[in-house]
Design a protein around this ligand. Structure first.
Ligand code: NAI
Length: 441
């Protein structure tokens, strides 16, 4: 079996942590049991590019139990948990290509290794597999990385096309990936159907909000061990993730400032009780800054220039483009690593700016990503999306699709059940009332 992980001797530790996560994943467990009996993915080659965490490992095992032939690479060079990668290889026989801290070329060579298995279904977190497939189809993979070019140089045009044509469909986990794929679809260039797992209610309402909320604070705390109470905590972006981060920072006693570009979201933040102001103003008063917008160069030169001495800057958005580190490097006279994932930049003025997690997703770099209980739903959605694509993919148009509503509701139902929470159901009178227009009183 081909694989590339840091150290197989970490496998025992990784397995224990996988099992610890699985305890909090009752929905995925139930799907895994059904998959093991029904084998809905029998013989289907599946390639995944996801953060290599304990929860992802449980998803991989679920797909394998469903009969799939799975391989996995990382969706971020810094988010891999090396013990988990080792456990998947050694204890579960699943090929993994991921090493925490891998450089860009290794990252892409790992993507190439997964694509070389000729997956029929792919799973993405940030659309790197799908976009690589699209670059390959056009013979442009060298634009992404020399290592991709090298890996695919023996492949002729026909072979590349058959690789891409062989894809029944893909799933996409995160907001940024869905945005990229919608833009590809809008240009009429998307080559196969994609299920936007992020858009399922059981995903973004919980994972983006409560998962990112808790784990971002967790990452900041593990990296710095600083007190949040009494600080001014600036959150850039009040989408699903931003709401979660703002809510949790407030819960820890921070005075939270929100910055936004969307008037509706800004208004919502105001009425949720947060201070809202332009980042240029917030930059002068913040102690902590978290950007979680999915946008580029959100915190940049003019903001760094006015920040307080010791201000801490982190990103929880998908790509490491939200904090303009190039500008910060350019303005700095020195840079020093103070602790793991804590880099201090000293400006000409003598003021120091502290960047956490190298500007990459702080919750995955400095902590362990979202808690398992929330990934339970996201990855139940993923498992059901893969099953759906295997069944229905050939009939779907090459567009971005939502996970069918009934699957989304099914995940919510099982999650509630696993928490021992019962809810009411509509009486027949209520059903009739809610579906009629004549009954006005
Ligand atoms: P969203 O679309 O719900 O929210 C993004 C918000 O940022 C929007 O309200 C938008 O108006 C605002 N925004 C855009 N540009 C801005 C700017 N220059 N200044 C201030 N606000 C700005 O997206 P969501 O779901 O909250 O995701 C945000 C990012 O986080 C994405 O990149 C997503 O992929 C990523 N993500 C990260 C996770 C993690 O584990 N760290 C988990 C889930 C998503």
């Amino acid at each position: 079996m081909d694989y590339h992980v840091k150290d197989l001797s970490l496998a025992d530790e990784g397995l224990l942590r996988m099992e610890w996560a699985e305890r909090e994943m009752p929905v995925l467990r139930r799907i895994r049991r059904r998959f093991a009996q029904e084998k809905p993915l029998e013989g289907v080659v599946v390639g995944a590019c996801l953060h290599v965490t304990t929860e992802t490992a449980n998803l991989m095992v679920t797909l394998k139990d469903g009969g799939a032939l799975v391989s996995l690479c990382a969706s971020n060079p810094l988010s891999t948990q090396d013990d988990v990668a080792a456990a998947l290889v050694k204890k579960h026989g699943i090929p993994v290509f991921a090493i925490k801290g891998e450089d860009k070329e290794t990252y892409y060579s790992h993507i190439a290794s997964v694509l070389a298995t000729r997956p029929r279904v792919t799973l993405d977190d940030g659309a790197d597999l799908i976009s690589t497939l699209h670059f390959l189809a056009q013979g442009r993979e060298g634009e992404l990385s020399p290592s991709l070019e090298e890996a695919f140089s023996p492949w002729g045009q026909e072979e590349r096309e058959s690789l891409v044509r062989g894809v029944i469909g893909s799933t996409e986990e995160t907001t940024t990936g869905v945005i990229r794929l919608r833009s590809l679809a809008a240009q009429g260039k998307l080559l196969f159907p994609v299920v936007a797992v992020n858009d399922a209610d059981t995903k973004h309402l919980f994972d983006n909000r409560y998962g990112t909320g808790q784990s971002t604070i967790d990452g900041i705390l593990r990296a710095t061990n600083r007190l949040i109470a009494g600080s001014v905590f600036v959150v850039c972006g009040y989408g699903w993730c931003g709401r979660g981060v703002a809510m949790r920072a407030r819960g820890m006693g921070a005075r939270v400032v929100v910055t936004e570009v969307d008037p509706l979201k800004a208004l919502e933040a105001v009425m949720d009780g947060f201070m809202v102001m332009p980042l240029m103003e917030a930059a002068r008063v913040g102690d902590f800054f978290v950007t979680v917008t999915g946008d580029i160069a959100v915190i940049r030169r003019e903001h760094f220039a006015v920040m307080k001495d010791g201000a801490m800057v982190a990103n929880a958005g998908h790509f490491n483009v939200e904090v303009d580190l190039e500008a910060l490097e350019g303005m700095s006279v020195s840079k020093k690593r103070l602790r793991t994932f804590v880099d201090e930049y000293t400006l000409e003025t003598g003021r120091r700016i502290v960047v956490l997690g190298e500007g990459r997703l702080v919750n995955l770099v400095a902590a362990e990503g979202h808690p398992s209980a929330v990934m339970d739903m996201s990855f139940a959605d993923q498992a059901l999306a893969v099953e759906y694509l295997v069944k229905e993919g050939p009939g779907l148009k090459p567009q971005v699709h939502r996970l069918p509503r009934e699957l989304d509701m099914e995940v919510a139902r099982i999650k509630l059940e696993s928490m021992g929470i019962k809810i009411d159901s509509l009486t027949s009178q209520q059903e009739e009332y809610l579906s009629s227009w004549e009954m006005g009183t």
